[in-house]
Unconditional design. Structure first.
Length: 134
């Protein structure tokens, strides 16, 4: 079964429909690549998906181990390269404050998150820097 349908809407924009939910997102080419930058670019979605995947896997880990997971926030920075134009690096600044985990629990939760499927997919192709705020 297909995951999504992506339709070119013109003017370097797409509409992406998630088939099982019917939810849509729009992408737009970034300003530095002939677009208007009025929505996530496809490469923005890749970088943002990494943070989303990390938190999802952290949440699953916490559920399985009966650990309270109340807060997580990530600030994602995508760094593009040229020749070829591609994502060179993704920096993810993560705040986990408010969860009141001891040091060992936090280490285990972080380790689980870093092993998420998106991180594994990007591994060896894109530099990933994690910055954890205390």
């Amino acid at each position: 079964m297909s995951t999504s349908v992506v339709t070119y809407s013109g003017n370097l924009r797409t509409t992406c429909t998630h088939l099982s939910s019917g939810k849509t997102i729009i992408t737009d080419a970034p300003i530095d690549n002939h677009g208007k930058g009025e929505a996530f670019s496809p490469t923005d979605l890749v970088a943002t998906s990494l943070a989303s995947c990390i938190f999802t896997i952290m949440g699953i880990y916490c559920q399985q181990h009966e650990i309270s997971f109340n807060h997580a926030e990530a600030r994602v920075t995508k760094i593009m390269g040229a020749n070829p134009r591609k994502i060179d690096k993704i920096e993810i600044r993560i705040s986990l404050e408010g969860n009141n985990w001891d040091e060992l629990t936090q280490k285990k939760v972080i380790q689980a998150g870093k092993a998420c499927p998106v991180a594994k997919t990007l591994e060896g192709n894109v530099a990933i820097e994690f910055i954890f705020e205390k």
